[in-house]
Design a protein around this ligand. Structure first.
Ligand code: SF4
Ligand code: SF4
Length: 234
């Protein structure tokens, strides 16, 4: 069934049940996302896609469109709220982009550019986090994890369907964990996919590094906005 909604005042016909974030992209309106992976169940963990729906702030990846919805994506207040959420993610981790393997292919970094972030308005926490290198094939650079849960939900042991990644603890004590025995059974292709699925440089493939030259990396060729609108940022 087709419903009528508005996004930033623009009248749009949309298929009922499609999420706001997808409908917006189909109509040329970019909404930043970090945990969302098109075609997979919504996680709703990062809130980077916050928009104003009929006067209430909601995560656009979690909400299906319905008749008469009025959605504000690019108003000054909601735009600044999304920027603050991205700044918060930077201040909670330890991000040093020039030395990071994921630089140029990192969804957090690319989103930081997109929301015009220069520096976080929040104090940096400099949380001490230990790198986990016990697996044969993966470096777990915990400093960079944004706890999106993509790896937790979507990376599974091929034989048993068991989760390979998990999150231990809560709040400032949270840490991303890896089941080393299961990780050691991952094929090279699965490691590559897991590394690519991570929106930041936390899951790093030990067998290759800095393989794409500067200037040719994913978000240097096309911005994350361009890729999101054409459905290729993930
Ligand atoms: S994970 Fe992304 S934002 Fe963090 S240091 Fe690496 S490139 Fe920068
Ligand atoms: S390791 Fe990467 S994919 Fe997993 S929760 Fe952290 S940021 Fe998300």
């Amino acid at each position: 069934m087709i419903v009528k909604i508005t996004i930033d005042g623009q009248a749009i016909n949309a298929r009922e049940g499609d999420t706001i974030v997808d409908v917006a992209a189909q109509n040329g309106v970019y909404i930043p996302t970090l945990c969302y992976t098109k075609g997979k169940p919504c996680l709703g963990t990062c809130r980077t896609c916050s928009v104003n729906v009929d006067g209430r702030v909601m995560a656009a990846c979690t909400i299906p469109v319905r008749e008469g919805m009025e959605i504000d994506v690019n108003g000054a207040e909601i735009t600044d709220m999304r920027k603050a959420l991205v700044e918060l993610l930077f201040s909670e981790g330890n991000h040093n982009c020039p030395s990071c393997e994921k630089s140029g292919r990192c969804e957090l970094q690319a989103t930081g550019y997109e929301v015009d972030m220069m520096v976080s308005r929040f104090p940096y926490r400099f949380t001490p986090r230990v790198v986990d290198h016990a697996s044969k094939t993966i470096w777990l650079e915990r400093d960079r994890c944004i706890f999106c849960q993509r790896c937790v939900e979507f990376v599974r042991d091929k034989e048993t369907d068991q989760k390979i990644f998990s999150i231990k603890g809560r709040g400032t004590q949270a840490s991303i964990e890896i089941d080393v025995d299961l990780a050691n059974k991952m094929s090279a292709n699965q490691v590559c996919e897991a590394s690519d699925l991570c929106p930041v440089g936390c899951i790093i493939d030990k067998t290759q590094g800095f393989d794409v030259p500067i200037g040719k990396r994913k978000f240097e060729v096309k911005t994350i906005r361009e890729r999101a609108l054409e459905g290729t940022h993930r």
